[in-house]
Design a protein around this ligand. Structure first.
Ligand SMILES: [Zn+2]
Length: 493
């Protein structure tokens, strides 16, 4: 539900929702940025129109593209097209979505030095601003020097989707078009809340608490409430989110009853989400899930006090909540609480080598490290490599370069039967997919796929992180030490 559709259902609904849920701009923000992920209809419409424009850009020889070209841009390109006199309704709509396409489209232009198969640094520095030049140089180049092509930047694999165009339209509408996107320091918190295996109402409740939009008496004061302001359960003069869920004596007593690695802060909590972020970083996911259940229980207990005047004792709340949590886990989780299935490294078939690969990326330093280790069917060490990557612009790019490096390493050692293993699911799906990869990494994807087709006994499979820790450690070491090194016969220690 977005601003437009709420408005079309009448002002009463709008006021009602605003009061209890909060700003609708925030609700239209994606979940991992702290919103509810609702769609704004106007922007969604713009994204659908951008799709029409994309079809023209991508397939310039199609009949429809040629008709539009003849009518509206016979000499220039799609980008210079103007409305002209009496434009048709579809064309007028497509031009309206021009801005979305302009932001999202990237041409894989020929700024490559064909002799060295590297970026032409001098030309790039001349043509672009320093920050743009840095971004361009961080795009990986294939040694095959492919043709120019158009890529849809916001999608991981360069494929145009209405969903990704919607977020471009939204960034334009909110004046937030800047690449790379700003880092939200609370992203870990939002991700953990939505990923937690707890009832939906608990996740939504905790999210609202973090956004400070639970209807506590303090929040209601800002909406014109004029009644009592004190806590319903103790004699604190102001009932805030931080008070109900952390500082209130009931909350402190509850945390004392349960064995969580979370202790109440000594000073009162002013900004609840900051304290929650600290908790996320301190405890395991399962501990945090349990903690979310306790927060929800505290809130329902507070509501019971408000409506039925029957608050429960902290010990009772603790027992009931732990029981509820365990039952929920039993029904929904694949494993019983406390018993986790850990995937370990498994040996490949006889005569096949297994090559575990990993990439490690630093967003702030824009660089990465790659690592790979080759072992045989007895689990014996055969070779390993670590290498630093300069000018990297995403974690995926580093994972991809890790694979490329590992494949080249295996080929240089004359191994022909190798099972490559990565813990990056996106990488495994991208390489194993049949369709074209039009992202800025597409050239390297094509190059790796070509190497795989030259070596039919090469394969790439996905593995959990726990079974990939040797290559992970090598990648981290490469990133932090800025060293490149390879080992044969004796394993690095
Ligand atoms: Zn209280």
């Amino acid at each position: 539900m977005c601003y437009n559709c709420v408005r079309s259902f009448g002002g009463v609904t709008l006021i009602h929702r605003k009061r209890y849920i909060g700003s609708l701009g925030r609700d239209c923000t994606p979940k991992n940025e702290g919103g509810m992920g609702f769609k704004d209809l106007h922007l969604f419409n713009l994204a659908m129109l951008a799709k029409q424009g994309w079809m023209i850009l991508k397939n310039p020889t199609s009949l429809i593209a040629q008709i539009y070209k003849a009518l509206y841009f016979p000499e220039g390109s799609f980008w210079d097209a103007e409305l002209r006199q009496q434009p048709s309704f579809p064309w007028r709509s497509i031009v309206e979505a021009h801005s979305v396409l302009q932001v999202g489209t990237r041409w894989m232009v020929e700024l490559i030095d064909h002799e060295t198969t590297a970026w032409n640094d001098r030309l790039i520095d001349e043509l672009f601003s320093p920050s743009e030049a840095l971004l361009i140089k961080s795009i990986p180049i294939s040694s095959h020097l492919p043709r120019d092509k158009v890529a849809w930047h916001p999608h991981k694999r360069g494929i145009f989707t209405t969903n990704s165009a919607y977020y471009v339209a939204r960034d334009i509408a909110y004046n937030r078009v800047n690449y790379p996107p700003p880092v939200d320091e609370f992203q870990t918190l939002w991700k953990t809340i939505w990923k937690a295996e707890v009832p939906k109402k608990v996740a939504v409740g905790v999210w609202r608490a973090c956004q400070n939009i639970l209807p506590t008496r303090e929040t209601l004061l800002t909406k014109g409430y004029e009644g009592e302001t004190g806590c319903l359960l103790c004699d604190c003069p102001l009932e805030s989110v931080g008070h109900v869920l952390v500082d209130c004596q009931i909350a402190r007593a509850l945390l004392g009853e349960v064995s969580l690695q979370i202790t109440c802060p000594v000073t009162p909590v002013f900004i609840f989400k900051e304290w929650m972020l600290e908790c996320v970083n301190r405890v395991s996911l399962e501990q945090f899930e349990k903690f979310m259940m306790f927060l929800w229980a505290l809130w329902t207990n507070r509501n019971a006090a408000l409506w039925e005047e029957k608050p429960r004792l902290p010990a009772d709340i603790a027992i009931a909540t732990v029981g509820w949590f365990n039952q929920y886990k039993l029904v929904h989780a694949s494993s019983i609480p406390g018993v986790k299935v850990i995937q370990r490294w498994t040996s490949p078939a006889k005569r096949v080598l297994k090559c575990n690969i990993d990439g490690s990326y630093s967003y702030h330093q824009r660089k990465g490290g790659v690592g790979c280790v080759l072992r045989d069917h007895k689990g014996d060490f055969r070779a390993a490599l670590m290498k630093m990557v300069h000018n990297a612009n995403s974690a995926f790019q580093v994972e991809l370069l890790a694979l490329k490096t590992a494949v080249q390493f295996a080929i240089s050692l004359h191994h022909e039967q190798v099972q490559f293993e990565s813990d990056c699911l996106q990488l495994v799906q991208t390489i194993n997919a049949e369709d074209e990869d039009a992202s800025i990494c597409g050239h390297v994807v094509d190059e790796v796929r070509a190497m795989f087709s030259n070596y039919p006994m090469f394969s790439l499979t996905h593995v959990k992180c726990q079974a990939n820790n040797v290559s992970h450690n090598l990648a981290c070491a490469a990133l932090h030490s800025e060293l490149s090194h390879s080992w044969f016969l004796y394993a690095p220690c």
